[in-house]
Design a protein around this ligand. Structure first.
Ligand code: 4AD
Ligand code: MG
Length: 431
């Protein structure tokens, strides 16, 4: 029995005769030589079989193999100057596990709808695999950063009785005899957790029944939500900046190969260094007006506005202190200017839009009660949240980082649909 080696580890086995368990990605043949490009999940490698090298049966079997057939390959790991990663496999023997007929995704171009219908197979493509690897490394970078900074992971519920980010995008479901909603954000629960553990973060799926069909919107997306007791707005922004720098550094260090596969312009990522520019909502409005655009103070930025602002910078930009009327009920007003709140949105460069939304939270129970009324929120459902201000209220802040928008930006993707294994989009629930 030969040792089964992962393609990613082949470099440590030069000269050895080994086994790979995987699939046939592509086949080329030039008469007496067959080139089998193999994949096993950990990577890709070219296998070469020359007629006469093994038995005639092996050569005949290789000739009959089709794209995505599952195979077990035995061969010798050889250095090869021409191969992309400097390695190839001289095939000695082959075992067929299952022959594939008519694999739907061929090397020719397919339309997006076709690929989305076949997402379960599309994931096998080198580009999709690379994106999912980068997504996993981004998650790792975030966890490492937060763990090192003394944060504790706390898991908020998915089924909730009330809303966090407005009632218009709530996903309704029934909870026996009660109404329930899929969570839009774990924030309110993380505020409770921060009062128990100091610095906490959640990482999980969140849901918005948003009728937006854009390249930035998913119905189900994953959010990282840190929440910090005794941390005020400015300190929270500094932590966000350090987190983003840590993500970019980690990906540049650990995902060189994957960034190459997806053709990302790395120089754009290399420019992402602290300090990030911080501008106020007021300054952003003045900037938009200076470009000749009509924009009234108090309006929200649309995607084209965000792109225009972000394009003025070569790194992410914080926009701070939005009008109170535009933002969620829990944001703390600026004590010097109650018409704006102590918040910041972080816009990614290159038109990827808002990747972080965060703020300092209201800590005064009177003001919070007033907000419940202004926003027409049922006091009963939020009684527990008010308790956090009644019993040991402290200044505290937090933020939510949208994972898929961050992956889209880091990878330089056209659309968030490729950043998540099985995207839930407006009018798409399959597969
Ligand atoms: O700005 P949002 O709505 O903030 C909150 O939910 C806060 N409660 C977070 C907090 O302070 N703990 O969402 C946060 C981020 C956005 O900046 C964006 O990156 C992402 O979540 N996001 C979406 N990503 C994909 N599809 C959608 N429909 C998204 N909506 C928000
Ligand atoms: Mg937001």
């Amino acid at each position: 029995m030969l040792a089964v080696i992962r393609i990613a580890d082949l470099r440590d086995h030069l000269g050895d005769t080994i086994t790979i368990k995987g699939w046939l990605h592509q086949k080329r043949s030039s008469g007496k030589i067959i080139f089998l490009k193999l994949r096993d999940g950990s990577g890709f490698v070219q296998g070469v079989l020359a007629k006469g090298d093994g038995s005639d049966d092996v050569f005949t079997l290789a000739q009959s193999l089709t794209q995505e057939s599952s195979i077990i390959v035995h061969g010798v790991v050889q250095p090869d100057q021409r191969a992309k990663d400097g390695i190839e496999l001289q095939i000695k023997d082959l075992e067929l596990v299952a022959l594939t007929h008519d694999y739907p995704i061929t090397p020719k171009e397919h339309g997006v709808d076709f690929l989305m219908d076949h997402r379960h197979l599309w994931l096998r493509a080198p580009r999709q695999r690379a994106i999912l690897k980068i997504r996993a490394e981004i998650i790792r970078a975030i966890r490492q950063f937060l763990d090192r900074q003394g944060f504790t992971q706390v898991d908020p519920p998915i089924l909730t009785p009330s809303s966090c980010e407005g009632t218009t995008t709530l996903f309704h479901t029934s909870y026996f005899d009660e109404d329930a909603y899929l969570t839009q954000s774990g924030q309110l629960y993380m505020e409770a957790a921060a009062m128990a553990l100091g610095r906490v973060y959640s990482f999980g799926p969140t849901f918005r029944a948003e009728k937006s069909k854009t390249r930035r919107h998913l119905i189900e997306f994953w959010m990282i939500e840190p929440e910090m007791a005794y941390v005020e707005h400015d300190e929270s922004v500094a932590i966000q900046e350090a987190l983003i720098c840590a993500i970019v550094d980690h990906v540049l260090t650990h995902c060189e190969q994957e960034l190459l596969v997806i053709g990302r312009d790395i120089s754009k990522l290399e420019r992402v260094k602290a300090p990030f520019p911080r501008i106020s909502y007021d300054e952003a409005v003045t900037f938009l007006q200076s470009t000749g655009q009509e924009f009234t103070w108090g309006d929200d930025f649309g995607a084209p506005d965000e792109t225009k602002i972000a394009e003025a910078y070569d790194r992410p930009v914080f926009i701070e202190r939005y009008p109170t009327s535009l933002k969620a009920f829990y944001m703390k007003p600026d004590p010097n200017r109650p018409e704006v709140v102590l918040c910041a949105d972080l816009l990614a460069p290159e038109g990827y839009g808002e990747i972080i939304g965060g703020s300092q939270r209201i800590d005064d129970p009177e003001l919070l009660l007033k907000r419940f009324e202004e926003h027409d929120l049922p006091k009963d459902a939020y009684a527990w949240y008010l308790d956090l201000r009644t019993y040991g209220s402290v200044p505290h802040s937090g933020f939510g980082l949208g994972l898929e928008r961050t992956v889209a930006w880091i990878c330089g993707l056209e659309h968030v649909r490729e950043t998540i294994p099985f995207p839930r989009l407006l009018y798409r629930l399959y597969p």
